[in-house]
Design a protein around this ligand. Structure first.
Ligand SMILES: [Zn+2]
Length: 263
């Protein structure tokens, strides 16, 4: 009698099997649904950024100053040298009239666009401009422009808040790696480490960077950045590394055998 379980209610095993199969089916179906919506979501994010960048390009072509060999022969020669050294493919360079010091690149289809703010021309010398332009061309050459739309779309996938914070932080981390890579391209474009560094310092110093005192003051501000915990926390939430780390990385790369080989 002991050990005999033949009294088990008929159908118990069958229903157990059905339950297990149903659970597995639901897992498989929801996983597939999540996969499908994820793919659709990323596809839509990429399409939206494709259209946004196309219309931004169209507006730019209408408004921004185009650089020609008649109006800006010196800038044209800088652009040509940088393009020869970085080989970014089909890229148009525009100048946006503003006193700010900035540059950016965008575009998912050719030609890609690089926009230089005209303020740069008042503050930067020829080599520093080559670094700034080379940095942007590096983003294009290394595929950061289209990867940004794709990876940004993936990192933006709707998910529970803790997961989406994690995705955003890793996406920003990758963004900061891209900045180091683009700085290396900038250095390869200008081939003068001290000019790559002074270009970065001038982004902070602005017009004060035209004097030695202004540069020294800006450098001491930049240098103090990594001494505080807040500096590191801000960096983790930012798309760009601290300037002092970028400067250190430029020095390190400039001293490497790899840099020697590439120039
Ligand atoms: Zn950049």
């Amino acid at each position: 009698m002991a050990g005999d379980t033949s009294y088990r209610y008929p159908g118990e095993h069958l229903v157990l099997a059905i339950t297990v199969v149903a659970v597995l089916l639901v897992i498989a179906l929801t996983a597939t649904a999540t996969m499908c919506t994820s793919v659709v979501f990323v596809g839509m994010a990429v399409m939206i950024s494709f259209h946004a960048s196309r219309s931004a390009h169209r507006q730019l072509v209408e408004r921004a100053q185009r650089i020609s060999s008649e109006s800006n022969p010196e800038i044209v020669s800088i652009i040509q040298t940088c393009k020869n050294r970085i080989q970014p493919g089909d890229v148009e360079v525009f100048v946006a009239p503003t006193r700010q010091l900035n540059a950016y690149t965008f575009g998912l289809s050719d030609p890609k666009a690089v926009v230089l703010y005209s303020g740069l021309f008042h503050v930067m010398d020829k080599d520093e401009l080559s670094f700034i332009l080379g940095h942007e061309l590096g983003h294009v050459r290394l595929g950061h422009t289209w990867l940004n739309s794709l990876i940004g779309g993936m990192a933006g996938i709707p998910s529970p808040s803790s997961a989406s914070a994690l995705l955003m932080l890793t996406f920003l981390w990758w963004n900061r790696m891209c900045e180091y890579s683009a700085d290396r391209a900038g250095l390869l474009a200008c081939q003068k480490p001290e000019k790559a560094i002074s270009a970065l310092i001038k982004l902070v110093a602005g017009e004060k960077g035209l004097t030695h005192e202004g540069m020294a003051l800006a450098y001491s501000q930049i240098d103090a950045e990594d001494d505080t915990v807040m500096g590191s926390i801000n960096e983790a939430f930012g798309s760009h590394p601290m300037l002092i780390r970028r400067i250190q990385q430029i020095r390190r790369f400039a001293a490497s055998d790899q840099y020697e080989r590439l120039v």
